[in-house]
Design a protein around this ligand. Structure first.
Ligand SMILES: [Zn+2]
Ligand SMILES: [Zn+2]
Length: 340
C-alpha cells in the first residue's frame, strides 16, 4: 500500500463551523509504526471533542489533523514489532493513544493523568478517513455480537461516561442526576439504571428528554429545573459552566458532582452556603485509563448497553458535526465510509 492515498477529513484552520474549518482532502494511507496497527475504519462515532478540535476550543496539537476517536475497524496491517493481533480481526480505537508508562501517574495506575499522553484525532490522525493507525497496546478488543455502528460510540462517549459515573461516587441504589443528555449521557444512564440507580435527566431539547424517559429515567426536565428529589450524585455532560451551581444546588448533603467534559465554559462564582457547604464536592474527569475502557466494555456487553445511533456517510462528516453542534439528533452520530 506504499504511496497509496485516501480521502480524509482535515481540520485545515480551526474555527467556527460556518467558516468551513473541516475540509475533505487527499492524504497518504498511513503507515503503521513498529508498535502500531493499520486499521481499516468500518465505523467512526462523532464525539463532542471532535467539535472542540474543529472549532479551536482545544489548541492545535497536529496541523491538519483528521478527527475521530471512536473507531471500530479491522486490522489491515501490522507494525514489525506487533504481536498478538491478526489481520482481519476487529479492534476499537479510542481517545487515549499513548502514555509514557513510566511517570508517577502511570506507575500508580492513573495513566489518564500522564503529562506525556497523546490522543487520537488530536495528536495523531483519527477515524474520519478510510484508514487510521493505533498503537497495539492501546487497541481495544471488542465483543463479538454487537454491530460496528452500535459499538462505535461506546469507545469514547461510553468510556468517559463510565469514568464520570464512577467519579460521581453514586451509592448503591442512589439518586443520579445527568445534566445534558447526548451520546455520553445516554450510555451512562443505561449503565446506572442497570446497576439499580434512580436517574433524573436535566437537559434542554424535547427529543433528548423523550429518549431519557424511553430508556427508563424517572424524570426528564429542563437543564435549569430542580429534579424532583435531592441527588446523591450528578454528572455534568453539557459543556456549560453555568450549570455547575445549578447542579450543586440539586445535590443532597454530601453529594458529588463530576464534570465529564474536556472543555467547559467558565464556572460562575459559587455561593458557599447553598452550593458547597454540607460537604458537597465538585470533581473533574480527565480522559480515561485503559482499565476504565476494559471495565466499561465488559459491563456494557453484560448489561446490553446500546447506543441510539444516527448514521451519516463519511462524505458528510461536516454535516454530522453541524447537527451535533445544533443538537439536531438524540443519541450519537456515526460515520460509515462511502468514499472508498
Ligand atoms: Zn505517564
Ligand atoms: Zn470523545
Amino acid at each position: 500500500m506504499a504511496d497509496a492515498t485516501m480521502p480524509a477529513w482535515s481540520v485545515v484552520t480551526p474555527g467556527p463551523l460556518g467558516d468551513g474549518p473541516l475540509r475533505l482532502v487527499e492524504k497518504p494511507v498511513p503507515v503503521p509504526a513498529d508498535d502500531e496497527l493499520l486499521v481499516r475504519v468500518r465505523a467512526c462515532g462523532v464525539c463532542r471533542t471532535d467539535l472542540h478540535v474543529t472549532e479551536g476550543d482545544l489548541p492545535v496539537r497536529r496541523s491538519g489533523v483528521t478527527p475521530g476517536h471512536e473507531v471500530v475497524g479491522e486490522v489491515a496491517g501490522l507494525g514489525a514489532a506487533v504481536r498478538g493481533f491478526t489481520p482481519g480481526e476487529r479492534v476499537g480505537v479510542a481517545w487515549l493513544r499513548r502514555t509514557d508508562g513510566t511517570c508517577a501517574y502511570c506507575v500508580r495506575g492513573a495513566e489518564n493523568l500522564c503529562p506525556a499522553s497523546r490522543y487520537t484525532g488530536w495528536d495523531a490522525d483519527g477515524g474520519y478517513a478510510p484508514y487510521t493507525t493505533v498503537p497495539a497496546a492501546f487497541a481495544h478488543r471488542l465483543p463479538a455480537d454487537v454491530d460496528d455502528v452500535a459499538l462505535a460510540p461506546l469507545l469514547c462517549a461510553g468510556i468517559i461516561g463510565y469514568r464520570a459515573l464512577r467519579r460521581a461516587a453514586l451509592p448503591p441504589g442512589g439518586r443520579l442526576g445527568l445534566y445534558g443528555f447526548g451520546g455520553s449521557a445516554h450510555l451512562c444512564a443505561q449503565l446506572a439504571l442497570a446497576e439499580g440507580a434512580t436517574v433524573h435527566v436535566l437537559t434542554r431539547g424535547a427529543a433528548a428528554r423523550r429518549l431519557a424517559l424511553e430508556l427508563g429515567a424517572a424524570s426528564a426536565r429542563d437543564a435549569y429545573d430542580m429534579p424532583p428529589e435531592p441527588l446523591n450524585s450528578a454528572v455534568l455532560f453539557a459543556p456549560a459552566g453555568e450549570l455547575v451551581p445549578v447542579a450543586l444546588r440539586a445535590l443532597d448533603r454530601g453529594g458529588v458532582l463530576s464534570i465529564a467534559g474536556i472543555h467547559l465554559s467558565d464556572v460562575p462564582a459559587l455561593h458557599y452556603e447553598s452550593e458547597l457547604f454540607y460537604e458537597k464536592e465538585v470533581r473533574s474527569v480527565t480522559s480515561n485509563t485503559r482499565a476504565d475502557a476494559r471495565e466499561f466494555l465488559a459491563l456494557a456487553a453484560r448489561h446490553r448497553v446500546r447506543a441510539t445511533t444516527h448514521v451519516y456517510p463519511l462524505s458528510r462528516a461536516d454535516r454530522a458535526l453541524a447537527d451535533l453542534a445544533a443538537g439536531r439528533f438524540d443519541g450519537a452520530a456515526v460515520l460509515v465510509d462511502d468514499l472508498s
